[in-house]
Design a protein around this ligand. Sequence first.
Ligand code: FES
Length: 95
Amino acid sequence: MSRTLRIEPLGRTVAVEEGTTLLEAALAQGIKLRSSCRNGTCRECIAQLTEGRVRYRIEWPGLSPDEKAEGFTLPCVALAETDVVLLQPRAELKD
Ligand code: FES
C-alpha cells in the first residue's frame, strides 16, 4: 500500500511505495533532498519527522536516542509506516 510523504516548507507531497525509502521516493518524484552514503551512516540526509511513523531498512541507523526522541530521521533508510511529513528546509525542486 502506498503512503504519502509531504516535505515542508516546500509544501510538496509525493507517493511512497512499499519498500521505497523516503529519499528514493522524493528523488524519483522531482524533489532533491541532500544525501551521500544512502545507507544510514553519514547523516547528510538527516531531517525531522513532524508527523507519522517510519521504520528502518537497517538495524542501527546513525541517530542518537535523543535525536530519535526529537523526531529526527534518516530518509535514506526510512520506510513510511503511515503517511508522513518531513521538515527539511534544504529540500528543493529538481531542475
Ligand atoms: S545519506 Fe547518509 S545517512 Fe542518509
